[in-house]
Ligand binder design. Structure first.
Ligand code: GRF
Length: 211
């Protein structure tokens, strides 16, 4: 039985929510010391909100404001207010399609984690699986990293490698990467909640679940 007090987290996502579902299921079935206090989306119709409500987890659509790739100032304040109200200690990004900057990231410095569908630092940004296919790499994968001011540049916590197969399409490769994500992300967030991961600058240690 894990004795750590549960880590109070928020999950932010813009889409399907398969990583959120994997995390919520792992919290339940593996009794991870995690309390998912709320889910926030910048997309009103995002399935991640439906998955959260189905599990009786508070779920908010908070409009992102006028920018395409980030939150505007008022939106950021609204996100922060919701996070504070729910007593959130740690933010888990799961397909949140906006770059976090400014006061929100400042307040949660070192306490925001993301999963990216490539072996960073290769192929940051959008459609990383397509970038990997186009480049012709034979191995790609997924990366769990802390979020800093850059795009997919924060300290790497864990990675899982996936071979690129002859005949792979963007769809087949993406699907295999996402299967690995759903396995890896709950393990890493669980390790963070148990305070098993140490971070020193870019160098991190303490997670042994990568394969
Ligand atoms: C994942 O593939 C993740 O790598 C990327 O966004 C996608 C989110 O998928 N950051 P889902 O919404 O969790 O299904």
């Amino acid at each position: 039985m894990d004795q750590s007090p549960p880590l109070r987290i928020a999950v932010l996502g813009s889409g399907r929510g398969s990583n959120f579902v994997a995390l919520a299921e792992a919290v339940r079935s593996r009794a991870l010391p995690i309390d998912i206090r709320l889910v926030i989306s910048d997309v009103e119709s995002a399935p991640i909100l439906i998955h959260a409500r189905y599990r009786d987890i508070q779920a908010h659509f908070i409009p992102p404001g006028g920018f395409r790739t980030k939150l505007d100032e008022a939106a950021e304040a609204a996100y922060l207010a919701a996070l504070d109200e729910a007593g959130v200690e740690f933010i888990v990004l799961a397909g949140f399609m906006r770059i976090l900057k400014g006061p929100l990231l400042h307040r949660f410095a070192g306490r925001v984690v993301n999963i990216h569908p490539s072996l960073l630092p290769a192929f940051p940004g959008l459609n990383a699986w397509q970038q990997a296919l186009d480049y012709g790499v034979k191995v790609t994968g997924c990366t769990v990293h802390l979020v800093d001011e850059g795009v997919d540049t924060g300290p790497i916590l864990a990675q899982r490698a996936i071979p690129v197969l002859d005949g792979d399409t963007a769809i087949s490769l993406h699907e295999r990467i996402q299967m690995a994500e759903r396995d890896l992300y709950p393990e890493v967030v669980g390790a963070l909640a148990r305070k098993e991961i140490q971070v020193r600058g870019r160098l991190t240690r303490g997670f042994s679940g990568g394969r």
